[in-house]
Design a protein around this ligand. Structure first.
Ligand code: HEC
Length: 172
């Protein structure tokens, strides 16, 4: 084997190892910060509980807790965004990226929780409506609707140009 060939092989090995290490590190980082639950109501709720969303996620900017909503979602709303969803709102990104989760808690006028509606963007899940997965849970945990829910999508389609989101603009 000529010396030059050995050198080339060595370089190739070092590069390959380096690439492998970098890939592994990036992979771990992504898994930690962008864990994406399965598209079932149960998996999504487990993910939200583990994230302790009421403590660790952010209220929709410029909306406080228990703000006045419009029909059909109940009188008082509190809307949480995970980090990916918040990024899209604050950076006016036009649309949210895969992994974004928007959680809207719906309270009765006397401030008791009635239901929680959730939109979770999962890549490739629902191409007709920008890949949104919809869930409605009642206060007692009953899942009233989940998946590609026609009723949810039909109404949210009014704001298709804002990534199917009503609460605030995602563009400049
Ligand atoms: C008839 C229209 C309509 C239907 C049906 C509807 N929504 Fe909404 N949704 C709205 C409006 C309007 C808002 C903005 C908040 C408000 O003012 O009530 C909203 C807000 C939301 C939000 C907060 C993010 C955003 O778009 O601003 C989520 C999450 C949500 N809805 C989930 C659902 C789910 C899940 C369903 C089905 C179970 C559903 N919605 C059905 C009209 C609708």
């Amino acid at each position: 084997m000529k010396l030059r060939t050995v050198g080339t092989l060595l370089t190739a090995c070092v590069l390959a190892l380096g690439a492998a290490c970098t890939t592994a590190e990036q992979g771990d980082g992504e898994a930690a910060s962008y864990a994406q639950p399965d598209t079932t109501a149960e998996a999504l709720w487990t993910h939200m509980e583990e994230a302790a969303y009421t403590e660790n996620w952010t209220l929709w900017p410029d909306k406080g807790a228990l703000y006045m909503g419009t029909e059909p979602h109940g009188m008082l709303l509190t809307t949480y965004l995970n980090d990916l969803a918040l990024d899209a709102v604050t950076n006016k990104a036009g649309a949210m990226s895969a992994g974004a989760i928007v959680v809207k808690e719906n309270y009765m006028p006397d401030s008791t929780l009635a239901a929680i509606t959730i939109m979770y963007k999962s890549e490739g899940y629902n191409p007709d409506v920008n890949d949104w997965f919809f869930v409605k849970r009642l206060a007692d945990g009953t899942v009233e609707a989940s998946g590609r829910v026609g009723m949810c999508q039909g109404c949210h389609a009014q704001v298709a140009d804002n990534d199917y989101l009503f609460t605030g603009s995602l563009s400049q």
